[in-house]
Structures are given as C-alpha cells and as structure tokens.
Design a protein around this ligand. Structure first.
Ligand code: PLP
Length: 403
C-alpha cells in the first residue's frame, strides 16, 4: 500500500489512502478490528522493552490501543498539517476536557470564548474550578480588547469556530497570536469544519480538537473525540489521556475510519444543500437572520473565505417576530428533519435555541450580530435532496402561521 503520505495529493485521495496501516494493508482494504485487552510478549526481556516505547504501533496493553485505533490516529494526524500525533477520546467532550487537563494546573487561568459549546463552558465552571483552575469568558469578536483579558496566570485560551449555535466567525490567527505572545496555549474546537475545512495548527493554534461523533463518524452511530497537536503538546495530551484512563473501542475506531473515507463527499454535498437552503431562508420575510458563514453576505463570510477551505451543513437562522410557540409549531411540523442534539450525520436535524441565556460577555443579541429577534433554529443538513428539504420547510412555515 503506497499511501499518499509523501506525495502531494488532494484531500479526496488522502482520505482513501490514509490510515491503512500494517502488514495486512496489501491483503485487506480495511484494518481488522483488533479486540485486545491483553498483548502477549514472547519473553520477559521483550515485555520489559515493550513498556518503554510509549508510541502508537508498539504493543503494550489494550489501554494503549491496537492497530485499529492506531490506523485512525495515523489518518487524523496525516489530515492535519503540522500535527505530530493524535489522541483519541471516548467522546468529543472527553477530548476537550482531556486537552484542557493536559495544559492546565491548579492556580492557572483559562480564557474561554463566550460562544463556545455549552458543555465546554460547564467544564470550566464546574470540574476545572473544583481543581483550582479559574476561568474568564471573553468576546472572541472583540479583538481590540482581547489582550486586556490576560493576566500573569493565564495559561490557555479555548476557542471555537464558528461559535456554537450563533455561528460567529472569529479571527483565529489573530487570537492565537495574541495568546502565544502572552505565553498561553491556544486550543480550538474545530468540529464544524474538520481538518478538511480548516487547518487549525497552520493558522496558529497549538491543539485542535474534533468531535468525531459528528462528521467523521457521519452516521449517527458512534461517539468519539480526538485532539491533534505538534510534538510538544501531543506528548502531553497522550500522557494525560493515559493517566485519565481514556481508551476507545476498536469497533468504534473501525466505524470512524469507515466514516472518514466518505467524509469529503458528504461534506461537499451537505454544504451545497445547506447553501441552497440558507439562500431560500434568507429570501423569506419571516426570517430575520441566517447565520451561516458559507452564505455570501452573512456575518463572518469574509473570514470564512480567508481562512477556510470548506464548510459543512450546520447553520442557524432566527425567526422574525415569532414567539416560541410559533417556532415549536414549525419544528414539530417538519417531516424530514429529526428533532435532536448532535449533527453531522447523514440525516437532517432541527433544534430550537435561545442564545441570550448562555452568553456572558457577548452583548447578544444587541451587539453580536444586531439580532432583534430571539427565536433561533439550528439546522443540520444531511444527504437528502435539497429540494425535498426546502419543500418540507416551506410547508412547516405555513403550519407555523396557522396557529
Ligand atoms: C457535539 C460537540 C462536541 C462534543 O462531542 P460529543 O462527542 O457529543 O461529546 C464538542 N464540540 C462541538 C462544537 C460539538 O458540536
């Protein structure tokens, strides 16, 4: 198996050739699922030597993985320019918490972007606080005053792009540079774009985190997370994850690898359908704002064009002058959209959200995007035909106003 590693190849080719590790690579297309808690050694001398090489590819014990997990790590590392390695976690949130615990210690201060994923915020306010790490939320759109948020104890900055639910694009290279100038580690939750759409390490971040549950799995049937970094932070991530006892099952790793192979075409298709849907919504009088950086003219589009090489099917919109009851009538009337958390699967989903309650520093809606209306709906566009999704939305909008 030649692989695409040393050649300049496109993302599609890389997705097919990467992570096909090991002696079996010329025999079967996919790495076997190695279910293994126990690894055997031929003799005591080898057993003793085996404990020293703490690397993917070195058999040791099930908690350090086996070829199925290593193949997935190889693939994710190869897809992330600048990464020396990747650590897997049992969920996306476990990846965020595992990475934060790898870089922080008692007495440190963590800065958290105010539009970060809610469970990330809860970890800062809960677990990390209990372990002596203080946090401050900051407005990631307010570049001018970002430097003022730092103090001597600031050790890490947690970013997310675009922001959860409200989809603001921030200037990651500028924020990461200010963090670095202040001696702080920058981490970014890159679940929306994945490494196909945004090269986080090349844009100045130290650690990039992805919930594999979303696009990489892609089929709504597994939970997993990953963090990738250059040599220095990769070591720390790895050792911390080992001390936390994190391991993912080889079956789930095989599912994630299977999802990864088709991620490129899925993302392209989702993005095209989401753009068509967003355009259709944008033209409606009963829609106040469409929050989708891929949509020309929408907030953040210029930054998206500058920094990103792709998008995905996840975006939000805000109803004009409608209350929660009207919003629920709309969502309940949808046929093709499931109602649920998560996203990035092959099927479309809709979710109501109200943002002002979960922001502390961003003066949303007044300042953030100038939103005057509060009833938000997030859509995860799947692989259905865009025309069918739009027709479904059109009849649901009609039901909304019947109430
Ligand atoms: C879903 C999600 C996560 C967490 O992933 P889980 O696998 O559900 O724990 C993290 N960040 C973002 C932006 C997400 O949407």
């Amino acid at each position: 198996m030649a692989g695409g590693k040393d050649k300049q190849v496109g993302d599609g080719t890389r997705l097919v050739t990467t992570g096909r590790r090991g002696d079996f690579a010329d025999t079967v297309v996919n790495p076997p699922v190695w279910r293994a808690s126990t690894h055997l050694y031929p003799d005591c001398a080898t057993l003793r030597a085996g404990t020293k090489a703490n690397e993917d590819g070195a058999f040791f014990y099930g908690r350090r993985g086996a070829p199925t997990q290593w193949a997935l790590c190889d693939a994710l590392t190869e897809l992330e320019p600048g990464a020396a390695g990747t650590v897997l976690y049992p969920s996306g949130l476990a990846a965020i918490v595992g990475a934060l615990m790898a870089v922080l210690k008692a007495g440190d201060v963590l800065l958290v972007a105010d539009n970060a994923y809610d469970p990330t915020r809860n970890t800062a306010m809960g677990l990390l606080k209990r372990y002596g790490v203080e946090h401050r939320f900051f407005d990631p759109l307010d570049l001018g005053s970002f430097a003022d948020v730092f103090c001597e104890k600031t050790k890490a900055v947690m970013l997310e792009n675009p922001g959860s639910l409200t989809m603001e694009m921030c200037d990651i290279p500028a924020l990461a540079k200010i963090a670095r100038d202040h001696g702080a580690v920058s981490l970014v939750d890159n679940t929306w774009a994945t490494s196909l759409g945004f090269h986080a390490l090349e844009h100045g971040c130290d650690i990039t985190i992805t919930a594999l549950t979303k696009h990489i799995g892609g089929h709504s049937d597994l939970m997993m997370g990953a963090a990738s970094a250059g040599e220095r932070w990769y070591r720390r991530l790895r050792l911390t994850a080992q001390q936390l006892g994190h391991v993912v099952s080889p079956d789930d790793a095989a599912l994630a690898l299977r999802g990864l192979r088709t991620m490129g075409v899925r993302l392209q298709r989702e993005t095209a359908s989401a753009l068509a849907t967003a355009r259709w919504l944008d033209a409606r009088d009963d829609v106040a704002h469409v929050l989708y950086p891929v949509l020309p003219g929408s907030p953040g589009h210029t930054l998206w064009q500058r920094d990103f090489t792709g998008g995905c099917g996840l975006f939000s919109f805000v109803l004009r002058n409608r209350d929660d009851a009207a919003r629920c009538r709309l969502i309940d009337a949808l046929d093709l959209f499931g109602i649920g958390y998560s996203w990035g699967g092959f099927e479309s989903l809709a979710l109501p959200f109200d943002v002002p309650g979960v922001r502390q520093k961003m003066d949303w809606p007044k300042k953030g995007w100038g939103l005057g209306d509060d009833c938000g709906i997030r859509l995860s566009i799947g692989l259905e035909d865009a025309d069918d999704l739009i027709a479904d939305l059109e009849s649901a909008f009609a039901v909304m106003d019947e109430g």
